[in-house]
Design a protein around this ligand. Sequence first.
Ligand SMILES: Nc1ncnc2c1ncn2[C@@H]1O[C@H](COP(=O)(O)OP(=O)(O)OP(=O)(O)O)[C@@H](O)[C@H]1O
Length: 477
Amino acid sequence: MKPYQYYVSCMLDWVEKYRPKSLGDIVGNNAAVRQLAEWAANWKIGDEPVLIYGKPGIGKTSAVYALAADMNWEVVELNASDDRTKSVIDKIAGSTATTMSLTGASRKLIVFDEADNLHGNADRGGARAILDTIKNSCQPIVLIANDIYGVAKELKSVCIQVQFRSLQARSIVPRLKYICSSEGIKCEENALLDIADESSGDLRSAINMLHAASAGADVSEREVATSSKDERSTIFDLVGAAFKGKDDKRLMSISYEIPDTPETTEQWIEDNLSSIKDPADMALAYRYISKADEFLGDTYRRQYYTLWRYAGAVMLIGTAVSAGGAGVSGRIMPPSRWGRLFRAKKQKGLRDSLFRNLSETYHMPEDTLRDDMLIPLSIIADESPHEFARQNNLDKDELDFFLHDKARSDAVIKDIQKAEKEKAKAEKKKKITKKPASVDPPVVLEQEQNTEPAAEPAVEATEKKEDSSQSTLFDGF
Ligand SMILES: Nc1ncnc2c1ncn2[C@@H]1O[C@H](COP(=O)(O)OP(=O)(O)OP(=O)(O)O)[C@@H](O)[C@H]1O
């Protein structure tokens, strides 16, 4: 699996970066896009609203925003986390019915996202209110839903239904190619096909997969094969949804889908709490996180895993309430402690193997080397780094352990490698020039030559090797 840091650093970026700006950028669903454009171009007061429905990640929301941009309409979005009581809707949609936008936009496009999600108390009056708004609105309205069957039939009956279908792999591949070329990444055609197939028509997922597979480099079929499972993790979706204030049901259902434990989710959320600008809201979020933490502690103390669910609910819904739908500013970051742990683990591994090797070379116990000889060894390394690195067969990280100077360690190891290469070249050249011209010695003679005279130098070489392995610390001084 690729280092988590990578997914993390940018997973959401490409999806946002390549969000269509205009209807012309929307991939696939041509008939639906045309229908939307015509509806908007001919819209007049009293016209029916549009209900766009289809699976996640296929461009429904993007199409609505792109349409608004093309029409120079301002978007007023209401989602399921809003209190969709009649008064709230009247206040927002009613006012927009009569007031022209301050931004100079010619109209306001009222968007009801998650129209299939009007079940809570707050929404009970909401469906009725949406209906009233639809009847009285002087502004265009769009409803978005994943599941057409979840939309109240009274709402469905007053809307023009526009279905967005899952995208076909052949529509997805060109978009992925475009992203690759914009990012300056080479990609194998088969790799892109694999991604497109794997995404099951969900372009958002395909873009995320591409990003995970590329890791900033070129994309091969093998990379896709090894990464296609990892990028399916939607911890990003979960954290993003919590900070965007998605409704509690949605948050919980995403949390059940992802493979991460509540502890992991808690670390992700905690690390992104700095996105909450208001100190009071941030303090509130920390209170929820600490409550979730108590549940997690109780889970393990009592071995009662039902509490996990409470931990998840408190941290996610608590974060959604505290963040107030503002989203995460910048990138969703992985828990920073992971980076620290990763580095610490790497450093420990390096130190252990280094002292194991040195202990063989210097014939000293590892503990003694670590506890008593670290400073003398560092002094030796500092005084003659080339000699020290060569003698102990160190790589640049190991040498840096003593020098604490990456650039210098790099340079020393490069020097050594260069010298070794030149030596090898010179030896090869020497061998070639020493070779007798074209005499083919008889077979018997060759055998003799190979066995008898070779015996002595072989012993010599072994002795030399023994000698070097017998080096002591004091050789360095
Ligand atoms: N048809 C498409 N054309 C171009 N880009 C797309 C399309 N579908 C998805 N994308 C990419 O995926 C991202 C998410 O798309 P979008 O939010 O429009 O999906 P959606 O269908 O509204 O999903 P959901 O309802 O789950 O939020 C976009 O930012 C864009 O990068």
